[in-house]
Design a protein around this ligand. Structure first.
Ligand code: MN
Length: 199
């Protein structure tokens, strides 16, 4: 039980606790959303595989739960992303990915289930792809676009914390994606060049 609280949801002034696990029940006003394959046109490199999956029923690629209330400057927003296991062709399920707006805001991701990768790249094309499993934290530095990729057989679940004033900027990701792709080769994750960046 709680002590000395009015039990207001999202009491940005005095503190609060919310439930973020949909299996045990989300708190009211926790916004949930799902990204279906049909909402990620062109994100995966194998267009034939994408078409076949869409014809068979448009799978959920990832979901998110976050607080609808954002607080004000100096507060933090947080939530969970859940990337479902699976592939489109040889490419693992992943989030769309984004830069921050303003660009000089960093973020942390704490993995609480499953396994996968964080793909990072900056405007200059510097990139890395970091393996991440439960109880590990990924630090996303300023100026780097970031994308989560599920490579395990179970949902890849991460908790994120970010500044309340942070927006998302898709930049070149919308049209070309990231410079590198994570695909399955001989049963293992491998990096290949994204053909859309070749020209
Ligand atoms: Mn972010």
């Amino acid at each position: 039980m709680d002590f000395n609280t009015e039990n207001k949801l999202f009491d940005w002034a005095r503190g609060f606790v919310v439930d973020l696990d949909k299996n045990t029940g989300l708190s009211p006003q926790i916004e949930t959303g799902a990204r279906y394959l049909s909402q990620m046109k062109g994100a995966f490199h194998d267009e034939e595989a994408e078409k076949a999956l869409l014809a068979a029923g448009d799978p959920v690629i990832y979901e998110f739960h976050r607080n609808q209330s954002r607080g004000t400057k100096g507060d933090l927003i947080f939530g969970c992303s859940i990337i479902q296991p699976g592939k489109v062709g040889d490419e693992y399920h992943m989030t769309k990915g984004h830069f921050h707006s303003p660009a000089d805001i960093c973020e942390v991701y704490y993995c609480i289930g499953g396994e996968g990768y964080m793909m990072l790249e900056n405007e200059a094309g510097d990139w890395s792809c970091l393996a991440l499993h439960d109880c590990q934290v990924c630090y996303v530095p300023k100026g780097y676009a970031h994308r989560l990729i599920c490579t395990g057989d179970t949902p890849f679940v991460v908790f994120f914390v970010n500044h309340a004033e942070c927006g998302q900027n898709y930049g070149a990701i919308e049209t070309k994606g990231f410079h590198k792709l994570l695909v399955e080769r001989d049963g293992r994750p491998a990096i290949i060049d994204n053909p859309k960046w070749a020209e």
